[in-house]
Design a binder for this molecule. Structure first.
Ligand code: KIV
Length: 265
């Protein structure tokens, strides 16, 4: 079994093979997802909402993410493992390096940071120190109070232009993957075409290079609510393994997300 690496993900984009991704927080689920053939697993700070029952992700600590990263890593043989840097754990480049080191030591192969231009120095510094970086633009949940709620981003032309520019700058600074969350399909497609790195969408339409869902949303068991962009695969299939393989199949053949799971301008 060949392990998925940053080179694999880049090749998948170049060969127009869609990348399938899910969040995971423990060894049992990461093993199940890995066995079904998921390409990427993210230890998301969404754990604050789906595991800890909070209204947002702001209370998650670096130790929380490191703890779950250690558990996820134990279940994985093939998938590429990314860990989220939580709120205020990457405010300065120095703080970023120290906290990223904790996640890499816990078993991550890449760290994910939310935000745009202000992260360029940290992205370069992480790369120079051997840490691959995933960017995250659009609805970045750690900024929920700045946005005034969990809202689609990039609907107006100026915001869309800024997002596109920031994606290009971050790619030039060295990110090797980009997550776009809750962005109109057309903008997500334009960003995916404008950068050479793979772009993975969540609520960003079918024109990105891959898709990610929070595992609890994909199983329809989230404590709080079911986002419009997600789909309950467990309800459709009746068992967890088939739910995961159907999700992967629909990502690969481009049938998920449909328009019903996407946002327009
Ligand atoms: O925290 C998370 O699970 C995420 C995904 C929604 C991409 O960042």
């Amino acid at each position: 079994m060949k392990k998925v690496t940053t080179s694999t993900l880049l090749k998948m984009k170049q060969q127009s093979e869609k990348i399938s991704a899910l969040t995971a927080y423990d060894a049992s689920f990461s093993k199940l997802f890995d066995e079904q053939g998921i390409d990427v697993l993210l230890i998301g700070d969404s754990l604050g909402m789906v595991l800890q029952g909070c209204d947002d992700t702001l209370g998650v600590s670096i130790d929380d993410v490191a703890y779950h990263t250690r558990a996820v890593r134990k279940g994985v043989e093939r998938a590429f493992v990314i860990a989220d840097m939580p709120f205020m754990s990457y405010s300065t480049p120095e703080q970023t390096y120290l906290n990223a080191a904790k996640l890499m030591a816990a078993g991550a192969s890449m760290v994910k940071l939310e935000g745009g231009r202000w992260l360029l120095e940290s992205i370069k510094g992480l790369n120079e120190r051997g840490v691959p970086v995933c960017g995250h633009l659009g609805l970045t949940p750690q900024s929920v109070h700045v946005f005034g709620g969990f809202k689609v981003q990039g609907r107006d032309d100026l915001q869309a232009e800024q997002m596109l520019e920031q994606a290009k700058e971050m790619a030039a600074a060295g990110i090797q993957l980009l997550v776009l969350e809750c962005v109109p399909t057309e903008l997500a497609g334009a960003i995916s075409q404008a950068v050479d790195i793979p772009v993975i969408g969540i609520g960003a339409g079918a024109e990105t290079d891959g898709q990610i869902l929070v595992m609890h949303d994909m199983f329809g068991i989230s404590a709080n609510y079911m986002p419009k962009f997600s789909k309950n695969y467990l309800q459709e299939t009746g068992d967890m393994r088939t739910a995961v393989s159907q999700y992967i199949e629909e990502v690969k053949d481009g049938s998920f997300p449909s328009e019903a799971h996407s946002f327009s301008k």
